[in-house]
Design a protein around this ligand. Sequence first.
Ligand SMILES: [Ca+2]
Length: 538
Amino acid sequence: MNASNLVISAVAACSILTPFSANGANLSEKKKEQKKKPNVIILFSDQHNKDVMGFEGHPDVLTPNLDKLAKQSVVFDRAYCTTGICAPSRSSLLTGLYSRTMGLLSNGEKTSVINKVVSLASVFQQNNYKTFAFGKRHTTGAIDAGWDVQQSHLCDETPGNSYTEWVEKKGYGKEFAADWAAEFGKGSSCSSFSGGKIPTGDLGTRVSLLPENMTMEAFTTLRTIQMIREQAKSDQSFFCWATFYRPHQPYTPLKKYMDLYDVSAWGEGRKNGSSIRKPASLYEPKENIPPMMQSIRDGGNKVWNVNKAYADEQIWRNHIGAYYALVTEIDHCVGEILKALDEAGIADETIVIYTSDHGDFVGNHGMVEKAALGQNVYEDILNIPLIVRYPGNKQKGKRNAELVSLVDIYPTLVNLLELKMPELKYPIQGQSFAETLTKGKPMKREYFVSESWSQATVITKDYKLGIMIDPTVAQPKFDFRSFGDQFFVRKSDSLEIKNQINNDGYKAEIEKLRNYYQDFTSKVPDIGKQEVVKKSLR
Ligand SMILES: [Ca+2]
């Protein structure tokens, strides 16, 4: 397919609440209908801090394939997740809805809403695409519907047909269990090692003993490449969610990637021929950070044992080096998948998106992983990578500073591909960024809100207000209102270590962002959230 044949819709960016009329334009033209539509691959990592990519100027990490992809794509500098934790964030990607509407603000809620959504995969299916999901999904109900072919990392998602069972059949169950145990102290559920006790690793970190082709990342890559080779011969377009488990904990990289990073001491960074650089806010005063993070610093989380890492910084360095090594492994996998698209001759008829569900602290603020529900404010967690390669796009290689989100990807793809939409009980809340992607047009979005049970954060071009909210009877232990709100000024404080909430000079700005939050809550209904609250009262 010639790149110019890719269908570009001219639907203007709509406001948050405009019900999404998504039948695309001009579908009446039969010719267009008969043309094979572009394929879509979403390469999706878990917990990838946006700054930890070579092309972002990171002093250490090696990501040659993502760097190359970025040059061929539009890179969104200000992409955010709707909630800084797995299941809600992934669910927003697949539904185009905010977490409060689904009632999914942590990992486990079940509501009537999530059974009545129309998933992105279902929409593709209804538009005659073949749909594939390879890797961890962490979604539920109708959100998870619409996959023709699915193989998860986790055996509870695709029983009998998962990575967990595959790796054991291949004879590496014990090595995988050792990795898994770095966080959980035992092997993964439904593996032969789920009962036994295996030591955890300091900060959930240890070097993997698995062969390179037996990791969870290798599994997603292998399946995706097989699919590409088969589908290249097919007349049917495909939609594939290729999801990687990493760089999420357990932080257990392969030795070959770990060896790329000198963790023997703090230095000026690999790119300056030195050992890894110390995170700038590793020693941020504890009183700056919200209470749950303080408690994690004190060793309150027995898996992380962060206090131990402060007593012996080698533990920090091993952990941070392991995170970089996992990112480099994912980068390698991304490269393999892109190469397979090239070799199959379908790269110029396939839209490629690289993104992640949220970030990781990687030692910033003296923290590991994401401290979900303990905070939902820091850029490390909320600002996600978003790289979109759209063949023939004149905007390629450009950086885009519009506020966009995972919740926008659903309407954007529907828009770009002119997919026919079924009737929706819950109108799409995301905003299509198709026109900013293909023409560089502004989004006209003044603010974005990311929200968990404990904290709602209003993000604008220059400022950020993290409001501690009432976590209700559903999550009472995550009530941090007495700590107070956080206000950060982007330009002068990129590390987010100077809370300006009591600075009178910003009073008007703070008020403006509070009003944005009111605007958001008045427009985006919390039907699902209220259902969870009601259930908790019973
Ligand atoms: Ca996640």
